[in-house]
Design a protein around this ligand. Sequence first.
Ligand code: HPA
Ligand code: ZN
Length: 367
Amino acid sequence: MSNAIAEFIDGLPKAELHLHIEGTLEPEMVFTLAERNRVNLPYSSVEALRAAYDFENLQDFLNLYYQATRVLLTERDFHDLASAYLARARAQNIRHAEIFFDPQAHTRRGVPLAAIVEGIGAALDEASRSNGPTTRLIACFLRDLDAADAMRTLDSLLPWRARIVGVGLDSAEANNPPAKFAETFSRARRLGFRAVAHAGEEGPAAFVADALDKLGAERIDHGVRAIEDPELVARLVREQVPLTVCPLSNIRLRVYSDMPHHPVSRLIDAGVLVTINSDDPAYFGGYVNANYRAVQEAFDLTTSDLAALAKASFAASWLEPAEKATKIEEVQLYLQRLNKARAALDIPKHHGVNRIPIMTPFNVFHD
Ligand code: HPA
Ligand code: ZN
């Protein structure tokens, strides 16, 4: 990859819409918090822990992910975790982040929900008072626990109704279809929560349709296996359902063998509203810019394509319409500034062929 494209990605204003805050727990912080909280770890060093990040599949990853969360115990821990992510997000020019957390992963260990939400919330407030990013907080239900547990968790969220804008669904997908949580999501939406769900990561394309129809999900997290059902792809295009795709995650969890086999470019070519995200960046080899770089390199995307993906990330966000328009305009201005500077930077006007068709609805600002 040319340095110029990597720099373009670094400076590109973007939103991140699929980010588990627990998945930003870097090995160094695992050790710091373990020491602070006197938690015993089954790893002798940061390097030994990092060496364990070689996953066969989603469950293999989740086992380590839940184990590492044991070091998160106090409000301060959750604050520090979120604060570290937000600093990295600023450095990556993420201007808006919609952040997942897994209440049950902590409450089942005896951590009070107040410590989790107040800790993360304080970090989000600090970001909003300083350089950003703007944020939204989404509580995910663990789909491998039973539906009654999700319903109880939903009730326990109500004191933080103003802080938590939406609910999601994550953890082991294969034998835990969306239908299992139809009642929980129905109640959550009646209570005014917005809804998203992981679907079509390890589960089949049918789970993507079920997440829309049975849960009322407004966006699908991952959704990549929709590519196996052309009629479903046509529906996603027709209804402009955003997919929060996490390319490096899908390779590290062996959903696809390598980036050239990843369906992200076919989904883009079909006109699906694809966004690029990092999922669990401490575990999957990179934050959001590394994900943009991996996709750019594998599919030879142009700067114009990359800008279109960044615009899509704001279009698919839960920002207010006026804020969305402002952020999308910022991406356009960034691209125009680059176009003016191309000669000086010695980048040809068209690095490659634009992949994102000019006519896709989210891409009305294409240069
Ligand atoms: N998939 C499902 N559940 C998760 C993930 C994921 O990628 N990350 C954290 N919980
Ligand atoms: Zn995820």
